[in-house]
Design a binder for this molecule. Structure first.
Ligand code: SAH
Length: 253
């Protein structure tokens, strides 16, 4: 039977997932708690990714090696980089780049040595399915968040974007840094700290991967504002609703 790995970047997101799994069993590996059970009838393993590229890559490797996961979906928050990518929007990756990889002049900037590439693709079918689920959830944002939360965080007509996500071991929280990232990688829609590392691991194992990120900040001088509350009241609810919607539309396998 197919096993779907769900990696959440935030405690609050994982807690929301565990609350809807009827039968989760905890298995500890590498100091991490992996939760094995079912969601919408699918076999799933849910886990906190941990923050940063190495921690997330280790978590992903355990999911693939120990738990035989054959589809991996990552959810979390990210800073918006692309123009028009606003707080409360959702970005579904079609490709991911490690923005802090730089082995130049031996290799072109951003290229991962010995892979011959900087960009790791998300699985195209999964990305389309998750973008569709995200559209369905955002179209009913008031239902999932409540009208007062929408008003409080000024979330008007949130949008779903599909495109390039950047990852690096840095919380991008100044306008100078986000400007430099936009200059170096103009197509980038969002920046976070894990996705491209997990995409590389999934590439190594030939396992389909997708990443869905709710925009929590604009990766600028105001990036830290109300981060925790936003995760609790907006991002973790979106993640839960999007993955749940996607699973409910996916054939049991
Ligand atoms: N200040 C936060 C730090 C969390 S780390 C705290 O108190 O917990 C940030 C997490 O959100 C990472 O998982 C990363 O992937 C994502 N993220 C959100 N906005 C980001 C940004 N502007 N730059 C980098 N990562 C960001």
């Amino acid at each position: 039977m197919a096993v779907i790995g769900i990696m959440s970047a935030m405690h609050e997101e994982l807690a929301a997932v565990l609350a809807v799994m009827p039968d989760e069993q905890r298995v500890q590996v590498a100091g991490r708690d992996f939760w094995v059970g079912h969601w919408q009838g699918h076999s799933v393993v849910a886990v906190l990714s941990r923050i940063g590229k190495v921690a997330a890559a280790t978590t992903a490797t355990v999911l693939l090696e120990r738990f035989g996961v054959d589809t991996l979906v990552f959810t979390g928050v990210a800073g918006g980089l692309g123009c028009g990518v606003r707080v409360g929007d959702v970005v579904v990756a079609d490709g991911l780049v490690q923005h802090d990889m730089d082995a130049s002049p031996l290799f072109p900037r951003h290229e991962v040595p010995l892979y011959g590439r900087a960009r790791f693709a998300a699985d195209a079918d999964l990305a389309v399915q998750l973008a569709k689920a995200s559209e369905q959830v955002l179209a009913n944002a008031a239902l999932h968040l409540g009208a007062s939360t929408l008003a409080e965080f000024q979330l008007h007509a949130p949008k779903v974007h599909q495109g390039l996500i950047l990852s690096g071991d840095r919380f991008v929280s100044t306008s100078d840094e986000s400007h430099a990232l936009r200059q170096a990688l103009p197509e980038a829609l969002a920046v976070e700290m894990e996705g491209a590392a997990v995409a590389q691991v999934c590439h190594d194992y030939g396992v389909p991967f997708a990443a869905v990120r709710t925009i929590s900040d604009r990766a600028d001088d105001a990036a830290h504002t109300d981060f925790q509350r936003f995760i609790r009241e907006v991002a973790s609810r979106y993640s839960l609703a999007i993955v749940s919607q996607w699973l409910s539309q996916r054939a049991l396998g």
